[in-house]
Write a protein that binds this ligand. Structure first.
Ligand SMILES: [Cu+2]
Length: 233
């Protein structure tokens, strides 16, 4: 097995890697076969004194075979990919954690909804480039852009999604291993593109709780007030 992909720490990463390697091995085997035949024919049918070239109209059976076999492979790959595509891009789960990530030249603005779980409220917190999430939780990401097209790329999570001005695009991931991973921008977006890089911090549940307590120290008090108000109201 090849090892040139970054470490996979995504719940759906293994299946995506499976398709990647499947395509890689099919194209690799095809390349070797075609090259070997090319070399073999060069040697077998080289010029020999007294041997005349033969005119041929082709071989119908062979032509049908080399048309149908790739067609079947393409259809099968398409169907296998469709299931993965739907899982990552279409059937977006609700998510345990919500964040809004806005691409702008040349940063990722990460907006946390705060304890109320709602965006555009008083307890929102915005941090540039640092995305903090707990391990083993579904993180739902709402992607936006302030200026041009960027691409939110989490190589270790096997997730890449463009951010498009004027649109909000939902995506998601679930990390399986605590650690620090990079978030490069994968769409040429201007002169500072190469420096547009954030960091994904995947925390253990304890570390994540500590981070939340540090960022929203008034969480308990405020939640208490709110539920009292709701009870009264
Ligand atoms: Cu960018």
């Amino acid at each position: 097995m090849l090892r040139w992909l970054p470490e996979n720490v995504s719940t759906y990463g293994e299946k995506i890697d499976g398709i990647f390697y499947l395509i890689y091995y099919i194209t690799g085997a095809t390349f070797v076969l075609v090259t070997a035949l090319l070399v073999a024919f060069l040697v077998l049918y080289r010029h020999r004194p007294g041997r005349k070239a033969v005119y041929t109209h082709g071989n119908t059976a062979l032509e049908i075979t080399w048309t149908i076999v790739p067609a079947v492979i393409m259809v099968v790959l398409g169907l296998v990919s469709k299931a993965r595509w739907d899982e990552v891009k279409v059937d977006i789960p609700r998510g345990d954690i919500q964040v809004r990530v806005t691409g702008k030249q040349f940063n990722w603005e990460i907006l946390y909804p705060g304890p109320d779980g709602k965006f555009d409220t008083e307890d929102d917190l915005q941090i540039d480039n640092d995305l903090h999430v707990p391990v083993g939780k579904v993180v739902r990401v709402a992607l936006r852009s302030k200026d041009v097209i960027h691409s939110f790329f989490l190589p270790h999570l096997r997730l890449k999604q463009d951010t498009v001005p004027g649109r909000e695009i939902l995506t998601w991931f679930e990390a399986t291993k605590p650690g620090t991973y990079e978030i490069p921008c994968a769409e040429l977006c201007g002169f500072g593109h190469s420096g547009m890089k954030g960091t994904l911090y995947v925390h253990t549940p304890e570390d994540y709780a500590r981070w939340v307590a540090e960022k929203w120290p008034a969480q308990q008090a405020r939640l208490g007030t709110k539920s009292e108000a709701e009870a009264r109201g």
